[in-house]
Design a protein around this ligand. Structure first.
Ligand SMILES: [Zn+2]
Length: 254
């Protein structure tokens, strides 16, 4: 079997048979990969915790006919250790990993891509965003909620769904008191669509700061407005076209 080498973050795992697991990984330069880790659930597995969710590992993967197989794994950054001991960080990391999972095409689509680009080694922007967010959570750099929401907005924007903030989507006026997910951003009272969220200038500023990663503002601000979480949750689910359960849980718990 041909093998390829890459680093990646484990997004989720799923038990397979008696001792194996299917591991979903966002890799630095091979997109999203699903691979079997054989024997990983045995007590003395050679993989140890290296293939647990939120681990960033260096991987050697063999290309299989239906699923790839992880043949070697070494830890680069054990984000999971610091994240899993704090419940809010764990919730935030789950929302981040689930969003990354849903945002990326299923792996069968990139088998052809892999064949065409076997030597691509530049980590893509989505991967850099993901390791940035998990690293910030593990180091307790900011509150888990702001890290997760900032990640989701930025990952969505990078995937092509950048919300318009601060001026009306239709007429461009700066006097916006609504945010419409379907409309693509902030709207004035005249053009707002049914189902829009009512937003204050502060809420829009918070969304802008999350999108730009303006941590100076976010770290000194009071708690995020409730509508900010609701907008981010709806924004991602609307454009990804699937529910992101961890994001809903995050919004209701923190
Ligand atoms: Zn308008």
């Amino acid at each position: 079997m041909p093998v390829y080498h890459d680093e990646g973050v484990i997004l989720r795992t799923q038990d397979l048979g008696e001792a194996d697991r299917i591991v979903t990984i966002l890799t630095a330069s091979h997109g999203k990969v699903r691979a079997v880790a054989r024997g990983v659930r045995r007590e003395k597995s050679r993989f140890g915790a290296r293939l647990e969710p939120f681990m960033r590992s260096d991987l050697l993967i063999a290309t299989g006919r239906s699923l790839d197989v992880v043949s070697q794994a070494a830890v680069i950054m054990p984000y999971a250790r610091a994240i899993c001991v704090d419940y809010n960080s764990y919730l935030a990391a789950s929302a981040i990993a689930q969003t990354a999972d849903k945002l990326h095409a299923d792996p069968q689509h990139n088998t052809a891509w892999r064949a065409v680009n076997p030597t691509s080694s530049r980590p893509d922007g989505q991967y850099r965003l993901l390791i940035g967010a998990l690293g910030a959570l593990a180091s307790r750099l900011h509150t888990p909620l702001t890290i997760a929401y900032s990640y989701v907005l930025r990952a969505m924007a990078q995937a092509g769904w950048l919300p318009r903030l601060g001026s009306c989507v239709v007429c461009g006026t700066a006097d916006c008191t609504y945010f419409s997910v379907q409309g693509g951003g902030t709207m004035c009272a005249v053009h707002q669509l049914p189902g829009s969220h009512s937003v204050s200038a502060d809420s829009v500023k918070q969304l802008q700061a999350l999108l730009e990663g303006d941590w100076g503002f976010l770290d000194s601000a009071q708690a995020l407005d409730n509508c900010v979480g609701a907008i981010i949750e709806e924004w991602s689910e609307y454009y990804v076209e699937r529910p992101i359960r961890s994001l809903r849980l995050l919004h209701s718990m923190i």
